[in-house]
Design a protein around this ligand. Structure first.
Ligand code: PLP
Length: 398
């Protein structure tokens, strides 16, 4: 007798997923198909910056869906022009190319840097990126990433990436040669476990790249759109990169990403870059609705305050349970667990209706909605406190 295939079996099995099927979200809360409610401090991996299904996104989608979905990427459309203008007006960049995912935006940044090398630097094409860095899952962005687990996969990798050490300017300088065209980094390495580049290192990088005529590329897919308390992380260091990529938060939950460049670095010629859905009005209308909220001083100030509150509460929790440091900025924070118990904590939290993330075995990462409330932070801390108390008791018994 053959058994009926399980509904999960139709999907490629690319990651370990808990068995729940999610059906609804609102703000910091998610519900599965059994009606169980979850407090979400993952938010689609720092994607839903305004929480789940905020009315402004539902309204923007409904209104735009009635007007125009996709004319053609080779025609102008209103929402993409407006969103590009708003991004330019609120950043140090002059030109925008819209993409559908962070990896695609980074792929575009890599191509733009290589094109710049052809036009201005005798064909220089090497990009210095960083050990521990994460830039996506296309072949070129996996090659740019410094994630150890990627090393043996999908060989041969795309050549032309050399890895320096974060916060070590000498390690960058040593890799510069006449084939180098750019330096690319996440200002806070998220997937690696929330390891921030210091403002000083970012300033040194800007000076070094300027001295050698290299492009400086910021991957702000995780740190951008208010996540660290400024609209873009580069503002903290008081420097201006040549190229920046955005993803995740820019769409607030829909697939939208962007590649931004200064006029000098914006050197694509016709035929170099494109894509069927790039800059479609449906997604760009959402991007506009998100940006209108996130760009305001009150919103960013509230994010800073929520970040400070979460940081203080995590520090208290850490002291109570003898754990390690709290690191990160704004609402992208990690708690050092000192032991490889991250996966077990995430699993227990899930059972209790709390969604947490452990990007490394000994760390928890917190990336709630930017408008998370003090009560929701309190509820998360209480849930985690209970789990850590049990974990401590289990260690005593063992
Ligand atoms: N860059 C950074 C810093 C990221 O955190 C991610 C995703 O986690 C990416 C790039 C890839 O973005 P996407 O998954 O949208 O392709």
């Amino acid at each position: 007798m053959t058994t009926a295939p399980h509904p999960y079996d139709a999907l490629m099995d690319i990651t370990a997923r808990p068995p729940a099927v999610f059906v609804r979200g609102e703000g910091s809360w998610l519900w599965d198909d059994s009606g169980k409610r979850y407090l979400d401090f993952v938010q689609g991996w720092a994607v839903n910056c305004l929480g789940h299904s905020p009315p402004c996104i539902a309204d923007a989608l409904a209104a735009q869906a009635k007007l125009l979905l996709t004319p053609s990427p080779a025609f102008y459309n209103g929402p993409s022009l407006k969103l590009a203008q708003a991004l330019v007006a609120n950043s140090c960049f002059d030109r925008v190319f819209f993409a559908n995912s962070g990896a695609e935006a980074n792929e575009g940044a890599i191509k733009l840097a290589r094109k710049y090398g052809v036009l201005h630097k005798n064909g220089a094409h090497e990009i210095i990126s960083f050990a521990g860095g994460f830039h996506g899952r296309t072949l070129a962005t996996m090659s740019a990433s410094g994630k150890k687990a990627f090393e043996p996969l999908f060989e041969p990798k795309v050549p032309g990436f050399r890895k320096a050490e974060l916060n070590d300017i000498d390690s960058v300088e040593r890799l510069i040669n006449n084939k180098t065209v750019a330096v690319m980094l996440e200002p806070i390495q998220g997937e690696a476990g929330v390891w921030p580049a210091t403002d000083r290192f970012l300033q040194e990088l800007r000076a070094l790249t300027q001295q050698h005529g290299l492009l400086l590329i910021f991957d702000e897919i995780q740190t951008g759109m208010g996540r660290t308390g400024k609209l873009f992380h580069y503002e903290h260091a008081g420097i201006e990169p040549d190229i920046m990529t955005l993803g995740k938060g820019i769409g607030g939950g829909v697939p939208l990403a962007a590649l931004l460049a200064t006029e000098k670095a914006s050197c694509f010629e016709h035929g170099d870059q494109g894509g069927t859905f790039n800059g479609n009005p449906l997604m760009c209308a959402v991007g506009l609705a998100v940006l209108e909220q996130v760009v305001t001083l009150e919103f960013l100030q509230a994010t800073v305050e929520a970040g400070r509150h979460l940081e203080t509460e995590l520090q208290r929790l850490s002291a109570r349970h003898g754990l390690g440091e709290v690191r990160g900025r704004g609402l992208l924070l990690a708690l050092d667990l000192k032991l490889p118990i991250g996966a077990s904590i995430v699993a227990q939290a899930f059972e209790q209706g709390l969604l947490l993330n452990s990007p490394q075995p000994d760390a928890l990462r917190f990336m709630p909605a930017l408008n998370v409330s003090r009560e929701e932070i309190g509820a998360m801390i209480d849930g985690l406190d209970g789990i850590l108390t049990k974990a401590g008791a289990a260690r005593l018994v063992a």
